[in-house]
Design a binder for this molecule. Structure first.
Ligand code: PLP
Length: 462
């Protein structure tokens, strides 16, 4: 940790912060005791704080700055659009250019499913709002088909789908459900396909993937298929700790949802726009979703935008039989957000960042992370494209975890910050999701910083 005196700007902002700002997912007494770290500016894959420390941001902000920081063309796109048409809605039979062009562009980029394109988009401002929309969309769909009893959405424990009442209910986080009587009725959860946690002795990853997918079938049969509206899942669970399912999992889920006729929602808020080396992750995993949630990387986080790609099965019913869908947001299809998204997609495409992740930086990160398995603290290193997790273990030989009260992840995270690196801790898993512009040389630099943080963690815990 820096021992330099706290700068006046830091002290002033920390005091105002403590006095006025309620942060998301934060214990404010713990925060006040330390003072919030003030981030002042950013460039490429680096951020700076008000004490002048540079940090390699291996979390892309919050899994969102895919194009990296300081991309002038995104600022220029926002500036130009603000001068031309800063706002208009699309409620009352009006539309505007950037929202239309972005919808058409997403339809073009999203790989077809069995020859059918995702021709339609419903806009929101965040992943949470988009998942709220999804709940309303799937229930509306089944109502229109004369099956109003099909209300229940099945999700998974430890999933993260957002923080509004519906999205927090779709999420499978016990700590969130413990506050405010969640989940709301009509949302149920099955276990996650986490091999290290739920695999049985001698079971192969392939067999585990099939068994985990069949928990969905068990739940459908328990509820009665005629009552199930949809299944929602992140292709790779992000906030839950980067849980990468075995390759057998999603194809088996696909078989099951098709067998019972239920809708599949692929929540790609983290996984889309190149993070896993593809424009959309359903392509990688052999999923055939009906709805695809997006946010974050669509604008590289420069301005808020989220939404849902709506496949033909749902769109046709909604459009041809639905009349008015009584749902929408003031900022659905915000012209500035859509302009930034278009510029961002141009940039990702021009620099072929999905291809670079798939063929170059993703495999290189995996190769370098595998070396970390030799470190005495690292039990496993897992990655998929540019999202990765290191599991920290107290005793590698016996596979023993650290006791929870030791909060090993938080100890390691503090050493990361001290050494100029941002990694996130989810329990005892250290998470890595750097901007997609990261180079091989910067991955080498990242590895050096990780090893320093791991060594410092080991020294503190021994
Ligand atoms: N879905 C997934 C998979 C996410 O990872 C997140 C946020 O991390 C959300 C939904 C919620 O998105 P937002 O924070 O934009 O509401």
């Amino acid at each position: 940790m820096s021992t330099a005196p706290i700068q006046p700007l830091t002290a002033e902002l920390q005091a105002l912060d403590a006095a006025h700002y309620l942060h998301p997912f934060t214990d404010h007494q713990a925060l006040a005791a330390k003072g919030a770290r003030v981030i002042t500016h950013a460039e490429g894959i680096y951020i700076w704080d008000s004490e002048g420390q540079r940090l390699l941001d291996a979390m892309s902000g919050l899994w969102c700055v895919n194009a990296g920081y300081g991309r002038r063309e995104l600022a220029d796109a926002a500036h130009a659009q603000m001068l031309k048409l800063p706002y208009y809605n699309s409620f009352f039979q009006t539309t505007h250019e950037t929202a239309v062009r972005l919808a058409a562009r997403l339809a073009e980029l999203a790989p077809p499913v069995e020859g059918r394109r995702f021709e339609h988009v419903f806009y929101a401002n965040s992943g949470s709002e988009a998942n709220d929309t999804n709940l309303r969309l799937v229930r509306r769909y089944w109502d229109l088909l004369g099956q109003p009893q099909r209300k229940t959405v099945i999700s998974r424990h430890n999933a993260y789908h957002g923080s509004t009442v519906a999205a927090a209910s779709l999420s499978g986080m016990g700590a969130m459900h413990a506050q405010g009587d969640l989940p709301i009725p009509g949302i149920v959860h099955i276990d996650q396909p986490h091999f290290a946690q739920h695999g049985q002795p001698g079971e192969s990853a392939h067999d585990f993937g099939l068994r985990a997918a069949r928990w969905l079938e068990d739940k459908i049969l328990e509820l009665g298929p005629e009552r199930v509206a949809a299944f929602i899942g992140e292709p790779v669970q992000g906030a839950g700790g980067v849980i990468i399912p075995p390759a057998s999992y999603w194809p088996e889920v696909q078989r099951i949802v098709e067998l019972y006729g239920i809708l599949l929602i692929s929540d790609e808020v983290i996984c889309a726009f190149g993070r896993l080396g593809h424009w959309f992750a359903y392509e990688k995993f052999g999923m055939r979703p009906d709805l695809v949630t997006f946010a974050k990387g669509v604008t590289s986080g420069y301005v808020p935008l989220g939404g849902t790609l709506v496949g033909e099965r749902v769109a046709r019913v909604l459009i041809e039989r639905g009349g008015e869908f009584n749902h929408g947001y003031t900022y659905s299809g915000h012209p500035v957000a859509c302009a930034v998204a278009l510029a961002n997609l141009d940039l990702l495409q021009r620099e072929d960042l999905p291809g670079r992740v798939r063929l170059d930086t993703g495999p290189y990160l995996a190769q370098r992370l595998a070396e970390l398995e030799a470190h005495p603290l690292v039990g496993r290193a897992e990655s998929c494209g540019l999202v990765a997790a290191l599991t920290l273990l107290r005793d590698k030989a016996q596979g023993l975890p650290f006791p929870e009260e030791q909060a090993v992840g938080m100890v390691c995270r503090a050493h990361c910050f001290g050494g100029g690196l941002v990694m996130r801790a989810v329990g005892d898993r250290m998470i890595i999701a750097p901007p997609l512009v990261i180079t091989r040389a910067q991955i080498d630099e990242l590895m050096g910083l990780i090893v320093r943080a791991l060594d410092a963690t080991l020294a503190e815990l021994r």
